[in-house]
Write a protein that binds this ligand. Structure first.
Ligand code: PMT
Length: 220
């Protein structure tokens, strides 16, 4: 049997991308598959946790015996996180939240040459930072695990995010061809206030357990 070291704990996880509508047929999003977040949700459930999985649109089946909240936009994901966070013992923010959204989602398809649509310009506004918003509300008994996906200066950027978003640890991902987004295997770097701990590449299912092992250290 699997060790039930998360029994009695509420674990919340965000997963996948958010999608930000431009009009009824178009959107802004990113390449997150949800594999990482779903693997963490399954692993936490196997280890006995009550699990809330807050997920953007992905093509992975919902894990059984997990409370799944489906969202599309960053604003919807923020609301779902605000609802789940107060009772969470461990919160893991693996979603790739779109940093920006169109200022206005058109209610009809934007057409080339139409008087009301300049297809060369979409005005964007910044989305709220979900991790920073919840991190600021972190209680002494709560563990917050942030993620970071970077092409350059991975460690320095993760250290900056650790402080800015009040996370206990940042799981840093190097982004590139065959790395992080959409892959089955991944290697990460755990960055906290004291140390940097690099993992070898492994299946995301196995990495999920390593991430939960790390999170548990901060709970003790
Ligand atoms: O889904 P997969 O295909 O398996 O890929 C997994 C992953 C690469 C998406 C995942 O491991 C990962 O790194 N997720 C975070 C991606 C990201 O958006 O990183 P970031 O550096 O932009 O954001 C840093 C942190 O702030 C993240 O925890 C993110 O969830 C959070 N954030 C970011 C922007 C925002 N508006 N709100 C947030 O909460």
């Amino acid at each position: 049997g699997v060790k039930q070291d998360l029994e009695g704990k509420h674990v919340m996880i965000t997963a996948g991308p958010t999608v930000e509508p431009i009009d009824p047929v178009r959107y802004i999003s990113n390449r997150s598959s949800g594999k990482t977040g779903y693997a963490i949700a399954r692993a936490a459930r196997r280890r006995g946790a009550d699990v809330t999985l807050i997920t953007g649109p992905v093509s992975i089946p919902a894990p059984s015996d997990v409370h799944v909240v489906h969202v599309n936009t960053a604003l919807e994901m923020l609301q779902a996180c605000e609802d789940a966070f107060p009772s969470a013992d461990i919160a893991l923010f693996s979603a790739a939240v779109a940093d920006m959204r169109p200022a206005h989602a058109a209610d009809h398809k934007l057409k080339k040459g139409a008087a009301d649509a300049d297809l060369g310009t979409i005005t964007l506004v910044e989305n709220p930072d979900i991790l920073a918003t919840l991190g600021a509300k972190k209680g002494p008994h709560q563990v917050v695990v942030g993620f970071a996906a970077e092409t350059d200066n991975v460690i320095a950027n993760a250290q900056a995010k650790l402080a800015k978003k009040n996370a206990d640890v940042i799981v840093a991902n190097r982004v590139g061809e065959g790395l992080a987004f959409g892959t089955d295997d991944n290697a990460v770097c755990f960055v906290d206030a004291d140390e940097i701990d690099e993992t070898p590449s492994m299946p995301k299912d196995k990495l999920a357990d390593v991430i939960l092992d790390h999170a548990l250290e901060y709970l003790r």
